[in-house]
Each structure stands twice: as structure tokens, then as C-alpha cells.
Design a binder for this molecule. Structure first.
Ligand code: HAM
Length: 437
């Protein structure tokens, strides 16, 4: 029996964890810059939380079982239903709009493939309580700013934006009956991942006329102008006006050059009601990096509270693949601040005393746990990525003196040990070091 990790699950050795930490640090930093605060919920939830509204695709991928108390439960496959429940339960007490973020690990029993695993970490940023399109723009700008914070510019990543209501209105204008919208959306969601003939057959099976079917097959190429013209003078001009304001707001937030209108973005999840978007690598080689949109009725369905809501989820898997491909994920675990070395004849006890005093001052400190020659200790200090070594009882040192060696450039200085320790201020938290793997 193999005791390796399950298919689609990852072991995070320190090098991989440093990569994940690098991504999560950028997520947290940009979320903070946009004024979002962090929350979390339980990793195990009642099964019904997902079967009510998430849609067949996610429900088919659930890790669910009956617990020892006879409850039907599931590992969370997404965060949005948990968030909707939490906010609905305290809706009156919360300052609105709620701007919350979270970084849950999620579980989906998917077919393992490039960019898709059975667990992943996902940044969720959501705004609850704001119906205006400025909120939609704010969220997409945050997603694009995360790309920039990680070194990905407009040539690397593109946001494809749409609006489900606009798409419905446009499909209606092209002759698609409202009763077929659900089926047509499911075809559109897969339109660039399956052969055109397969999509056409599915549309025929839904009873679409030839002209309506052709309009759907060309949906990815429909520009915003085409849509606006098709809806001009109808009851839907409010939708086109709002969408135009959305695009202008994205310009004002400095991200308009990374955004493309693409009505074929409908999102697989069932609860979206308005503007939706996904981020892709510009070459179109990978799965979506991020996806989200408006879900104005979910809080009502899950918590009986009528509050507009919107958000996105950004996974670590595709993003990690893209960063690695661009050479932007060369990080290593952070090394210690100080390595305390003792002379060949010195004893480990004095190193322990110094380490203890430095740690009390907030420094990260390591020393050789067994007795070792000084040369080996310094080799170990380098391998550990320490910034400095303080060498106690260095040859020729006066009592109370030590040698501090900068391990990056090899320079040394003699110091009074007590004073040097006293001067050690708490180190700033260290992020993973740039380096090559
Ligand atoms: P989603 O499109 O299912 O949306 O997932 C969002 C992102 O999570 C995807 O674009 C992808 O990067 C990542 N992701 C999803 N499934 C996997 C997987 N099996 N392996 C690796 N990465 C994956 C949602 O989950 C929505 N709840 C997001 C949201 C938040 N909408 C509103 N607020």
C-alpha cells in the first residue's frame, strides 16, 4: 500500500511552502491596500449549504460523507456559501458595505489535470451590501493589482468581463427563448474548451433556430458595441449604461488596459446574477487564474437577508504555474538572522545563552546542536541562509569579545558581545528570500 499523498493533494516541503507564502503575502498585501479585513469559517459544512445554490458542477465534485452523528457534511469546495451564511447571520450588526477576504483551502473531487487539483488555496475577496457597479470595478481592480504585485503586467494577464443580464438580453434580441437560457449558458461556459460542432449539436438539441444558434457560436467575438446596438431602444439600455460606467470605473482605477469585454464568460457556478469576470494568462495557455462576479440573491437563499453581493476567488495553482513559467517564483524559505558559532574548543552552553538572549530580543537564531568544528559550523550557517554569524571565543579574542561575520560578503568586525546583543533590535519579519531552485 502506498502512503504517498492522495492524487490531487500536495505535500508542501519548505521550498514549495515558501512559494505559496509568497503568493499569499501578495494576496494579503493587496487586500489590505483595498481596505479588506480577513475572516474564516469551518472547513467542514452541512452538505445542503452547497446543494442549494452552487450548481451541479460543484455538487458533482463534493467530498461529502455522513458523520458519526448522522449529519450529511462536505469539505468546503468554495467559500462563497459560508460567507453568505456568516454575513446573513449578522447582517444588521455589520458595517456595510462589508469588505472581507479569506484564504481557505478548498476541496473538489475533480479529474486531476494541469491547473486543477483536488485541493487548492483560494483568495476570496467579496463586497456585500453595495449594488453599484463601482463595487464591481473595485474588485476587478484588486484582482489585477495582485497580478501586478506579483510582477505580471498587461502583457501577461487579461481580464475577460461580461454581464449575465446583458448576455441574456442580447441572447433574447438574437431570438433565444428565455426558457433556454440555462442550457445555452452551460454551452457558452464550455465554448472554448469543446469543438464547435459539439456546441452546435447541443444548441440544436435545445431547439434554437439556426440564426440564434449561429449568434451563440459567435458570442466570444461579439463586441460591446454590437451588444449596445442590438439593445438600443429596448428596455435594456440601463444595463448597457451601467456596463459602460463599469468600464469607465476600471479606467479610473488604472486597470482598463488589462480588461476585455467577452460575453462568453458566464461562470460555471449557478448563483451569479450580473457582472462576471475571469482572469487568464494573455497567451491563453492555462485555465482561469481567477473568477468571480455578482451574486445578488445568494444571501436571500441561504440566510433570508436581501443584500447585494459580489466577489471573486483566485487559486494558487494556475497562478503558481504562470509565475513559475515567467521566472517570478524563485523564492526560498527565509533563513535565520543570526547563527551563533563557538570555537573548536568552546562549549555549546555559551552559544545557548547567547541564542536565548537574542531570541528574547526577537531575532531568529540557530546554532550547531552537537559539538562541531568551527569550519563546519560556519558551513552550516551558510547552508541555513543565515545573514550573520557571531563567533564566540574566536581565536585571539579578548574576554567579552566576539567576531560578527556578514555571511553575504564575508566581512568581519570585532564586537563587545554584551553590547552587541543589547543593540540587537527586533528584526523586521522576513519574507522568503529571492533565489533559484
Ligand atoms: P471558481 O471559478 O470555482 O469560483 O474558482 C475560482 C478560482 O479558483 C479558479 O479560477 C481557479 O483559479 C481556482 N480553482 C478552482 N477550482 C480549482 C481546482 N480544482 N484546482 C485548482 N484551482 C482551482 C469560486 O469558487 C467562487 N466561489 C469564487 C467567488 C467568490 N465568487 C464570488 N466570490
Amino acid at each position: 500500500m502506498s502512503l504517498g499523498a492522495l492524487p490531487g493533494f500536495r505535500d508542501f516541503y519548505p521550498a514549495e511552502l515558501a512559494e505559496r507564502a509568497h503568493i499569499v503575502a501578495a494576496w494579503r498585501d493587496v487586500a489590505r491596500r483595498y481596505g479588506f479585513v480577513e475572516y474564516d469559517g469551518p472547513p467542514l459544512e452541512p452538505l445542503e449549504l452547497y446543494t442549494r445554490k452552487s450548481g451541479d458542477e460543484i455538487v458533482g465534485q463534493l467530498y461529502n460523507f455522513t458523520d458519526k452523528g448522522g449529519r450529511d457534511v462536505a469539505l468546503r469546495p468554495e467559500m462563497t456559501p459560508t460567507l453568505a451564511r456568516m454575513v446573513a447571520a449578522r447582517a444588521n450588526a455589520l458595517r456595510k458595505p462589508v469588505r472581507w477576504f479569506s484564504v481557505p483551502q478548498l476541496f473538489r473531487y475533480e479529474r486531476q489535470q494541469r491547473g486543477r487539483l483536488r485541493e487548492h488555496f483560494q483568495l476570496n475577496m467579496d463586497i456585500i451590501g453595495e449594488p453599484d457597479v463601482t463595487a464591481d470595478a473595485e474588485l476587478l481592480a484588486a484582482a489585477i493589482d495582485i497580478m501586478r504585485a506579483l510582477g505580471l503586467g498587461r502583457d501577461d494577464v487579461v481580464a475577460r468581463v461580461s454581464d449575465r443580464r446583458l448576455l441574456q438580453a442580447y441572447l433574447g434580441a438574437c431570438g433565444v427563448a428565455a426558457s433556454s437560457f440555462g442550457g445555452v449558458f452551460a454551452v457558452i461556459d464550455k465554448i472554448d474548451r469543446q469543438p464547435a460542432a459539439v456546441s452546435a449539436d447541443k444548441l440544436d438539441a435545445l431547439g434554437l433556430s439556426a440564426s440564434a444558434r449561429d449568434a451563440v457560436l459567435r458570442i466570444a467575438g461579439a463586441t460591446f458595441d454590437t451588444v449596445r446596438q442590438a439593445l438600443d431602444g429596448t428596455a435594456h439600455t440601463r444595463l448597457t449604461d451601467d456596463f459602460e460606467r463599469y468600464l469607465r470605473a476600471l479606467d479610473a482605477l488604472g486597470v482598463g488596459d488589462s480588461v476585455r469585454v467577452d460575453l462568453s464568460i458566464v461562470r460555471g457556478l449557478a448563483y451569479y446574477t450580473g457582472i462576471v469576470f475571469e482572469l487568464f494568462d494573455a497567451k491563453g495557455e492555462l485555465r482561469a487564474i481567477c473568477g468571480g462576479g455578482r451574486y445578488d440573491t445568494l444571501l436571500q437563499s441561504l440566510g433570508g437577508v436581501d443584500l447585494p453581493a459580489l466577489g471573486f476567488g483566485m487559486g494558487d495553482v494556475v497562478l503558481g504555474e504562470l509565475l513559475r513559467a515567467r521566472g517570478l517564483l524563485a523564492v526560498q524559505p527565509a533563513g535565520v538572522d543570526v547563527w551563533v558559532a563557538f570555537g573548536d574548543e568552546g562549549d555549546v552552553t555559551s552559544a545557548m545563552r547567547v541564542a536565548s538572549r537574542l531570541r528574547a530580543r526577537g531575532r531568529s537564531v540557530e546554532y550547531a546542536l552537537g559539538g562541531q568544528k568551527l569550519a563546519r559550523q560556519l558551513k552550516a550557517a551558510n547552508a541555513a541562509g543565515a545573514r550573520q554569524a557571531v563567533i564566540l571565543a574566536a581565536p585571539g579574542a579578548a574576554p567579552g569579545e566576539a567576531v560578527v561575520r556578514d555571511l553575504a560578503d564575508g566581512t568581519e568586525q570585532r564586537v563587545q558581545l554584551d553590547q552587541w546583543i543589547g543593540d540587537a533590535s527586533p528584526a523586521a519579519p522576513r519574507s522568503p528570500r529571492p533565489g533559484t531552485r
